[in-house]
Design a protein around this ligand. Structure first.
Ligand code: UD1
Length: 435
C-alpha cells in the first residue's frame, strides 16, 4: 500500500480488531518444529527514523508490526512516502514535510522519541510531545536532551511539548552518557551524522541494534566508527543518500520462542538468527537443563523432562542479559524445579505480569527490583490481561505450558513486537487461536 505525505491512515481495521481480540490457549502441547525468526523491532524502528535523513532507502527483513506501521505514519507526516511488501519497506523523502510530530502519532508508539534526532538532523528543528510514563515505569528522556543540547540544539520544554531549534546549526561535540541508554545513543547518532565536525559519544549503548543502525547510516553515506574503548565516533557528512539494508534478526523474539519450547518440554529449531546476539541468554537455557545445538544462523533447543532453576539472572545493558528477555525467562522459571532469582536493573516496573502468573498458580515474590521464583510443578490456565509487550509474551509462554485453557486479553501489546505470533506458535504445534 503506497501512502503519501500528510495522508495519515486512521487506525487500521487490523489494529482496532487487535484491541478487541484475545488469544485462547490450550496448554500442554510440547512445541516442535522449525521457525524462521523475523527482523528486529528495536533495530527496524531507529533505521526507519534514520531513513528520514536519506533520499531513498530500501529496508529488508522489516517485521510487520503495529510499531512499524506507527513509524511509517510518522514518516508520512515528516515528508516521506513509504511502501511495505513482503518484509521490505521503502522510504522516499518526497518533499519538505512538517517538523512537528502530532501528539497522537507520538503516543501511538512508545519509542517515537527516536525520531527526535532524525527530525532535527533533517529540518534543523523539531516539535514533539514529551513521552509520558509507560508500562515499564517512568521513561525519562533527560539523557537524550542533555546530549542533543551538547550538539547545539536549543530545547524549550513547556506544556508537555519539546520545541527544538538549532540557531547555529548542529555541531559535533564530546558527549558522555551517564548510562548507556539505547534511545539516547540512537538520537545522538541520528543528529550527529550530518552535524559539522566530529562527535565522540562515550559510555554509549552497544546493543546489536546500535550496530545495525550504524551499518545502515554508513551504507547511506555517514561516517560512524566504533572505538576500541566502546565510544562511538561520528564524523559529520553533508548529506545521506540512502541504501539497501537488511535488518538484523530479532534476538528477543528468538528468546521468547526458545522459552516457549523449553517450558512446554519441546524441541525446536530456530533459523535466520544470530546466536552471538544471544550470548548472555543462551547459557541460561543450558543451566535449566536444555540441550542446545548451534549452527550457522540456527539454534536447536531440546528441553528436559522438567526444567531446573535458572540460578540468578541479572539484567544488564548489552552484552549483559537483556531486560527484554527477562519476562519470558521468568515465566519459564515459574515451572522449573528449584529457586530462581531475577534482579532487574534497567526498568523500574518490569514485573507487572507477575500478578497474572500468580493467578495461574506460580509462586513468585517481588521486592523492588528482585523477584524470587519458587518453581511449581504445574500452572493452571486462567483469564489474563497482557500488561505490556514482553509481559504479554511471558503470559502466553506460561499459558502454553499450563494445564487447561487460558484466555489472554489486551493482545495488542504483543502485536507491537511479534510478527504473526499465534500463527508462528501454531506452526510449532501450539493450540492457540485468536478470537
Ligand atoms: C530500548 C529498547 C527496549 C529495551 C531497552 C533496554 C527500543 C525501541 N527499545 O529502550 O526494548 O528494553 O532499550 O535495553 O529499542 N533512561 C533515563 N533517561 C534517559 C533515557 C533512559 O533515565 O534519558 C533510563 C530509562 O528509564 C531506563 C534505562 O535508562 O530505566 C534504560 O533506558 P534505554 O536504554 O534508553 O531504553 P530505551 O531506549 O527506552
Amino acid at each position: 500500500m503506497m501512502l503519501m505525505r500528510g495522508i495519515t491512515p486512521q487506525p487500521s481495521t487490523e489494529r482496532m480488531s487487535l484491541h478487541m481480540s484475545e488469544y485462547l490457549i490450550q496448554g500442554g502441547t510440547p512445541l516442535r518444529g522449525e521457525l524462521a525468526v523475523h527482523g528486529a523491532k528495536n533495530a527496524a524502528l531507529p533505521v526507519l527514523a534514520a531513513a528520514l535523513l536519506c533520499e531513498k532507502s530500501t529496508i529488508h527483513n522489516c517485521p510487520d508490526l503495529t510499531d512499524v506501521a506507527a513509524a511509517r505514519n510518522i514518516l508520512h507526516y515528516l515528508g516521506c512516502s513509504t511502501t511495505q511488501q513482503d518484509g521490505t519497506v521503502t522510504v522516499t523523502f518526497t518533499q519538505k514535510g512538517d517538523h512537528r510530530i502530532p501528539d497522537r502519532l507520538m503516543r501511538a508508539m512508545r519509542s517515537s522519541i527516536v525520531f527526535l534526532g532524525a527530525v532535527i538532523g533533517r529540518y534543523g528543528m523539531a516539535e514533539v510531545s514529551m513521552p509520558g510514563g509507560c508500562e515499564l515505569g517512568p521513561r525519562p528522556i533527560d539523557m537524550h536532551l542533555a546530549a542533543l543540547r551538547r550538539l547545539g540544539v536549543v530545547i524549550d520544554e513547556s506544556g508537555g511539548v519539546l520545541r527544538c531549534t538549532t540557531p547555529n546549526g548542529l555541531k559535533g561535540a564530546r558527549i558522555t552518557l551517564p548510562f548507556p541508554s539505547v534511545g539516547a545513543t540512537e538520537n545522538v547518532m541520528l543528529a550527529a551524522c550530518t552535524a559539522k565536525g566530529e562527535t565522540c559519544l562515550s559510555n554509549a549503548a552497544r546493543e546489536p541494534e546500535i550496530v545495525d543502525l550504524a551499518d545502515f547510516l554508513n551504507a547511506a553515506g555517514a561516517d560512524i566508527r566504533f572505538a576500541a574503548d566502546g565510544s562511538i565516533l561520528i564524523h559529520g557528512v553533508d548529506k545521506l543518500i540512502g541504501c539497501e539494508h537488511r535488518v538484523i534478526p530479532d534476538r528477543i523474539a528468538a528468546a521468547t520462542y526458545l522459552c516457549a519450547a523449553a517450558v512446554t518440554g519441546g524441541k525446536i529449531t530456530l533459523t535466520h538468527l544470530r546466536a552471538d546476539h544471544l550470548a548472555a541468554v543462551l547459557p541460561v537455557f543450558e543451566e535449566a537443563g536444555c540441550r542446545m545445538q548451534y549452527g550457522q544462523n540456527t539454534i536447536c533447543l531440546k528441553a528436559p523432562e522438567r526444567l531446573t532453576a535458572l540460578g540468578t539472572v541479572r539484567t544488564m545493558p548489552y552484552p549483559g542479559f537483556s531486560t527484554d528477555a527477562q519476562s519470558t525467562m521468568l515465566a519459564m522459571a515459574a515451572l522449573a524445579e528449584g529457586t530462581s532469582v531475577f534482579i532487574e536493573t534497567i526498568f523500574e516496573s518490569r514485573y507487572k505480569q507477575v500478578g497474572e502468573l500468580v493467578r495461574m498458580g506460580a509462586n513468585i515474590r517481588v521486592e523492588g527490583r528482585v523477584a524470587v521464583v519458587e518453581g511449581v510443578p504445574k500452572l493452571k490456565g486462567a483469564v489474563m490481561n497482557c500488561t505490556d509487550l514482553r509481559g504479554g509474551a511471558a503470559l502466553a509462554v506460561a499459558a502454553l505450558a499450563a494445564q487447561g485453557e487460558s484466555r489472554l486479553c489486551s493482545i495488542h501489546h504483543i502485536a507491537r513486537g511479534y510478527e504473526n505470533f499465534d500463527l508462528n506458535l501454531r506452526k510449532l504445534g501450539a493450540q492457540i487461536t485468536r478470537v
